[in-house]
Write a protein of this length. Sequence first.
Length: 280
Amino acid sequence: MSSVGIGLRAPHVAEVLATRPGVAWLEGHAENYFGGGPAVRALGRIRADYPIALHGVGLSVGGADDPDAGHLRRLRRLADALEPLLVSEHLSWSSVGDTYLNNLLPLPYTEESLACVCDHVARAQEALGRRILLENPSAYLRFADSTIPEPEFLGAIVRRTGCGLLCDVNNIHVSAHNLGFDPIAYLDTLPAPAVGEIHLAGHSANDADGRTILIDDHGSRVAADVWRLYAYAIARFGARPTLIEWDTDIPPLAVLLDEAHHADRVGRDARAEATPAGTP
């Protein structure tokens, strides 16, 4: 049975409701539904036919301030109403005091920031009454003060808080290219039992100062290198709920469904190759 879903985007909601496409599950950005109204009612109707996951972009667990109590209350109400398959957030920060930035910003990987993130994740899970998954970011620079490799930093958060991981394979590929590390070694370092979801998306390339920088823009089909990395991830982690993300230059729904079907084929083939002959 397929475990591949797609990100639910506003241009596709009416078509999803009208056609009920053959996809395993759907994921929405949680903050889009905090205001109630028609969007939440439509999501409730979709929830009657599909498992739903909530993906947050504004909790700012990597910031210096504690997670916003009002934000957590709104997220809890939404999650209690929808009973989502998964709830996830990003390893990033996006707010300082009353200032909110429309971006997912990086943080240095130090013992001090690790303690801060763990405290914030624990507070969020307690407020929500459920486990959350934390997503690895895409990176374009390396902090001089960072002393802990990212996959080890994520593993430490898992051990200290009991949270899970959302393994964004495209982000790993983008960061590995930009920062010059081995993406396979990164996957091998992640604690496999903690991986509760996988994201796949497209990226773009930008030439700057004589070198190519990959940009995680979620605006195209999944690249061949990312598909190969996904196959390795599935062979190592086993079947995991997998999502096709597409946030810019959003195409017809049929394109997302085609990507989801391809992810299903890649995952099945990877699991078959990882299973020794004669194993049930």
